[in-house]
Write a protein that binds this ligand. Structure first.
Ligand code: PAN
Ligand code: ZN
Length: 192
């Protein structure tokens, strides 16, 4: 990690993995209980632990004033009728925001607050999304056979609370039941 200014190429072809500090890969087995169709999940996992998404991070010291950034790539596909998606999280420091910029592909960001508000916004190339403080967020690839690639920036001291979502899920799911992309209530949602 350098003390001075630095560049990171993010556009224009293949990701240069060596320019990032961290490469995270999340496969189906890390999403236990997150997809609403448990039968479809089990059947898919029995065949292969499919890679769902990857994150390339530019890491900075986890202190106020610093910014974390990177690239998130959600691969295309579905578990049952539910699109591939990230785990999703609240920031541990709840009062921290995040900016996402869609670089390519097609998707949505599913968001909600602890107070019960929810929102689903499009992720389309060239459009930036502001995720305000307190909003949990999960990106979902609704595209047809194409990666959803986003660039994100958030305060380095934000931290990640995955546990709340793992336990209660998001209030809304993004599915395709044969008529295109739909946002439906999560039948398994429970208040922690
Ligand atoms: C992003 C996310 C990234 C992967 O960097 O961490 O898109 O999603 P999950 O962390 O939910 O697996 C971010 O929102 N950081 O705060
Ligand atoms: Zn975040």
């Amino acid at each position: 990690m350098t003390d001075g200014p630095f560049n990171t190429p993010i556009l224009g072809g293949k990701i240069q993995a060596e320019k990032f500090d961290n490469h995270i890969s999340r496969a189906l087995s890390s999403m236990k209980g997150q997809y609403h169709d448990q039968h479809a999940y089990d059947a898919m996992l029995a065949k292969a632990d499919t890679l769902l998404y990857e994150v390339y991070e530019v890491c900075r010291p986890e202190k106020e004033g610093e910014l974390m950034s990177g690239i998130s790539i959600v691969h295309p596909g579905k578990v049952g009728n539910e699109y591939f998606m990230t785990k999703g999280h609240f920031h541990e420091v709840l009062d921290t925001a995040e900016i996402y910029m869609c670089l390519s592909g097609k998707g949505v960001m599913v968001m909600e607050t602890p107070e019960g508000e929810w929102s689903v916004k499009d992720l389309t190339p060239g459009v930036s999304l502001y995720v305000p403080p307190r909003w949990a967020h999960r990106s979902v690839n609704t595209g047809d056979g194409e990666d959803l690639v986003t660039y994100f920036i958030y305060p380095a001291n934000a931290g990640h609370d995955y546990g709340t979502i793992e336990t209660q899920g998001f209030r809304k799911l993004v599915v395709d039941r044969g008529n295109g992309t739909e946002i439906i209530d999560n039948p398994k949602w429970v208040q922690v």
